[in-house]
Design a protein around this ligand. Sequence first.
Ligand SMILES: Nc1ncnc2c1ncn2[C@@H]1O[C@H](COP(=O)(O)OP(=O)(O)OP(=O)(O)O)[C@@H](O)[C@H]1O
Length: 248
Amino acid sequence: MANFLEIQGITKHFNLSNGQVEALEDIHFDVTKGELICLIGTSGCGKTTLLRIIAGLERQTSGRILLEGIAIGATGRERGMIFQEARLFPWLTLEDNIGFGIKGRVDKKLLRTIVRGLLEMVGLSDFAKATPNQLSGGMAQRAAIARALAADPQVLLLDEPFAALDVQTRTKLQTDLLKIWQSTRKTCIHVTHDIDEALILGQRIIVMHPSPGRIHEIISVPFPYPRCSDEPDFIALKKKLRDLFISV
Ligand SMILES: Nc1ncnc2c1ncn2[C@@H]1O[C@H](COP(=O)(O)OP(=O)(O)OP(=O)(O)O)[C@@H](O)[C@H]1O
């Protein structure tokens, strides 16, 4: 289905005491339902700002965002956000963290079923009663993904969720995220600095350009999943993306 999520002419200026920052200029793109898009670009090109505007955490200066044809301007349960840090409540168990957002909105039995299902999906069933300080960084991020999924959002917005993890854990979580995406078919917009990660995950990669932040190029990734970073075609596309980075 075309035009599930439409980003139409988004511009964002931040007013500072000594002037204005043009964080985003005339950003346009459409996202198909169930699509996994990666957003990459050098530091300061507006990736987080754009994601926050889509989440409703930040207000754009101009332009609009439509979800299934309806303009969105504030946060909503149909959009879940995952940050670089897991942001779990340290005093709650994992199951209580994951169920926190829907507690009181569904009956206790359904809450337990949803939470148990999500714990299983992210491979943390044995840690239901653990508190966040008992988890590794990778486990905490998997819990954060489960917590975002608990509200059954239509769109997952992921802001460099694996950036703070070591390489092995990051690789594992990329595989986990792909499995979760393939089983839930949530529409995902995933911000990353990592070209390999974008190529491993994205059906399309949006390359952004800084000062002001705008779209440089949108690239469709033609490789089937799971992707192999040793394939010549993968390496060639990686080189193209690297060259695009250098040119911005
Ligand atoms: N609240 C704010 N007030 C003022 N300027 C801001 C604010 N948030 C972001 N900016 C500016 O907007 C521009 C885009 O920032 P943003 O964090 O969206 O970029 P980014 O691509 O996500 O960067 P990074 O990859 O380093 O996280 C930058 O110039 C930044 O300084």
